[in-house]
Design a protein around this ligand. Structure first.
Ligand SMILES: [Zn+2]
Length: 254
């Protein structure tokens, strides 16, 4: 099908299948169940939390949004890095993350990845945000961003530009320290308005990715230690053991 590619804006032959959440995340996190369909959560507001596993097609993809070059080379390049960084694979030593667990004197626990490429990993995560925002798939309905924000993201991804620290800073939280919590879940993305700022949150296999939808709002010094930063560090803050579901549902109903 010929059409306008949403990333490069050119008239091209468009792919029939562009993944919104990268395929490797489903495969490598064991998120497929034995029927090769995805386990996911559906959350209903203002009711007792109902968690059920529901089979949906093996991954969320969409036709007619991207040309082959944009999907396979540009986005594929970011995914290739992220896959190796997250699940192992040959990488140059300065781009190969090493993760260490810490506890602060205030008893805040976190895992810190050092040596994770700020440009590549941030653009990988932003490419998921952008794809969710342009997707018409129902599961992503809360990821509605303004045209201005979508255009800014599009140009960053297209031009290999991860932006400054305070442009779409990305926080990470995890419950993977709690063995009772499931790893094989992709949570429906949620939108929250906090102090006049929009946060989009998605759960990918036990890691909550929190995108702060802002450009230049934050003081860079204040957030450097909290977000994926230019020193190639990213902290994943641990959710207290036993509080994983509470965190999931509390913030799901923001
Ligand atoms: Zn394109």
């Amino acid at each position: 099908m010929k059409g306008i590619c949403k990333l490069c804006g050119k008239s091209e032959e468009l792919l029939n299948e562009s993944h919104i959440i990268p395929d490797f995340i489903y495969r490598d996190l064991g998120i497929f169940n034995e029927n090769h369909t995805l386990n996911r959560l559906t959350v209903k507001k203002e009711k007792e939390p109902i968690v059920h596993s529901r089979s949906i097609p093996s991954s969320e993809y969409e036709a007619g949004i991207l040309c082959s070059k944009c999907d396979n080379e540009i986005i594929g390049g970011y995914e290739n890095y992220a896959k190796k960084a997250m699940f192992g694979g040959a990488l140059p030593s300065d781009e190969s993350p090493i993760v260490t667990d810490y506890v602060t004197p205030q008893n805040i626990k976190y895992s810190q990845a050092v040596g994770i490429s700020y440009p590549k990993f941030k653009l990988f995560l932003l490419s998921i945000l952008w794809r969710m925002a342009i997707s018409s798939r129902p599961i992503f309905y809360q990821v509605e961003l303004s045209d201005e924000i979508k255009e800014k993201l599009r140009l960053m991804i297209l031009n290999d530009d991860p932006g400054d620290l305070n442009e779409f800073p990305i926080y990470g939280m995890t419950y993977l320290n709690d063995p009772s919590m499931p790893r094989d879940i992709i949570g429906q993305p949620f939108r929250a308005e906090v102090d006049g700022n929009t946060i989009i949150r998605i759960l990918l296999g036990g890691i909550f990715i929190l995108y702060h939808i802002s450009i230049g709002f934050h003081d860079e010094n204040r957030i450097e230690n909290l977000v994926l930063n230019k020193k190639n560090e990213w902290k994943l803050f641990h959710i207290e053991v036993g509080k994983g579901w509470e965190f999931f549902f509390k913030h799901a109903s923001w």
